[in-house]
Design a protein around this ligand. Structure first.
Ligand code: HAX
Length: 426
């Protein structure tokens, strides 16, 4: 592989290495965070103990990719976002074309992957199928092969990049194949190598798209879910597994297994279920008054409002804003969209009055399911696979940079409860 992305990174990496080295050399003993007992028992929330330069989540702004708010990137293709995550710049036309050519060269999924997937139980979860396919492809890893041949540490990133491009090229085809196999949609659809990644993915899923808006929806979906800092479950898992120099196939599959959890990537289907239950109960889109009553009833019975609140954000998630805008532009009359829209008018005030949620505004999951549902993608269990195709970009760009910087194997210190008790005099 001698693509323009590799050339660009080769020019940047010496400077990045120097920067990291001099920071550690000059300031290695300075304190940037501390850990409380509550954090040690509570998921390390807020502990600053890893570096991630690809993206940042600002409580009052939302996701920022390399200094650019995600709301400014909604017209960009997923391939452009991968380039941005890795290099900090958007690609030129020539650079984009070059990267797309590399994806296309690896877009065909080998037959043995389909053999593996077809051998799985027919009720396997789509995420289990997706992740199994990635693991089965591990035999193709250039990183593992070159490591065995004695690759120099300084070259790790090149092999990681090569595996990443191969994986990103193949993922839409694998994901679409999982959809068609698992939900009995008929034969697989071959990739159209003249299309960009999002459009090709939409075409391979095989849903009717007479207006071309499903294609736009897939591009947007892949762009919006690309990355969310380094500490979330999938990114952090990929980081840890990759730090053992397990190759990108192992590391991404591991990260995606974390994404499959109900507290992480599975939340979007819960949100859509909530909206559909409302539609069922009120035989259509309820009025704002009815929604208000329903929300209070739910809160008073101790249940949360799905799609609202966030661990970090304290404003409307700009990714929700982007999905909401697409729905409003393409199908404002759709009842599911109308419920999402009315909830957005009603819920923040209800949650403010309720007084518990630190963030009363919608998160990305409040709107994404409605779009998928409208376009006929109604198999809820599949939604996390879409998320995974996108989030692989963030996981892989973080992994490539970590290999370039020679980041050490992850090994935080665990302590025993008795030690904590002794420390705090309990
Ligand atoms: N409805 C009702 N109560 C809510 C709430 C909501 N949407 N969001 C938070 N609260 C409550 C919490 O349950 C908590 O109550 P207790 O003190 O009784 O435990 C209190 O407000 C404080 O919580 P918080 O600090 O504001 O929120 P957390 O960081 O603990 O949790 C969650 C963040 C996203 C998990 C939470 O807001 C929630 O459960 N939302 C609904 C489910 C949802 O939308 N999940 C998708 C998250 C998007 C995402 O990150 N996907 O990957």
């Amino acid at each position: 592989m001698a693509g323009l992305l590799k050339q660009k990174l080769a020019g940047q990496i010496p400077g990045l290495r120097e920067e990291a080295k001099s920071l550690v050399k000059g300031h290695g003993d300075k304190v940037i965070s501390e850990v409380t007992v509550a954090q040690a028992f509570g998921g390390m929330r807020g502990v600053k103990a890893m570096i991630c330069d690809t993206s940042l989540v600002e409580p009052d702004k939302g996701l920022i990719i390399r200094g650019r708010p995600i709301g400014d990137l909604t017209e960009k293709l997923p391939e452009e976002i991968f380039w941005l995550l890795l290099t900090g710049d958007l690609p030129s036309d020539a650079e984009l074309k070059d990267l797309q050519g590399e994806y296309q060269a690896h877009a065909d999924v080998p037959q043995y992957i389909w053999d593996v997937l077809e051998a799985m139980a027919p009720d396997s979860h789509p995420m289990a199928m997706f992740n199994t396919a990635i693991l089965a492809m591990e035999r193709e890893s250039i990183f593992r092969k070159r490591y065995r041949e004695g690759m120099q540490k300084g070259d790790y990133w090149e092999a990681a990049l090569e595996d990443s491009i191969r994986l990103l090229g193949a993922l839409p085809g694998i994901a679409a194949g999982v959809y068609r196999l698992r939900f009995k949609k008929g034969d697989r659809i071959a990739p159209d190598k003249a299309l960009d990644c999002g459009a090709n993915f939409a075409a391979m899923l095989g849903l009717p798209d007479p207006t071309g808006e499903f294609k736009n929806c897939m591009r947007l979906y892949l762009t919006l879910h690309c990355d969310h800092e380094g500490g979330n479950v999938s990114a952090n898992t990929c980081h840890t597994v990759g730090s053992a120099l397990s190759d990108p196939y192992y590391a991404v599959s591991a990260g995606l297994n974390g994404l499959a959890g109900p507290l992480h990537g599975l939340a979007n289907q819960e949100c859509l279920r909530f909206v559909l239950d409302l539609k069922e109960k009120y035989k259509g889109a309820p009025t704002e008054e009815q929604l208000k009553d329903f929300a209070w009833e739910r809160l008073n019975s101790g249940r949360v409002i799905p799609g609202y609140g966030h661990a970090v954000l304290r404003v409307t998630d700009p990714r929700f804003t982007a999905f909401h805008a697409l729905g409003g532009r393409v199908f404002p009359e759709d009842e599911v969209y109308q419920i999402v829209d009315r909830l957005f008018r009603v819920i923040p005030d209800v949650l403010k009055e309720h007084g518990k949620a630190k963030n009363p505004y919608p998160n990305v999951d409040a709107g994404s399911g409605a779009l998928l549902y409208h376009f006929g993608l109604r198999e809820f269990d599949y939604y996390t696979v879409l998320f995974g195709v996108s989030r692989a970009m963030g996981m892989l760009s973080q992994l490539i940079i970590n290999r370039a910087l020679g980041v050490s194997i992850t090994r935080p210190k665990s302590v025993q409860t008795s030690w904590v008790k002794a420390q705090v005099g309990a």
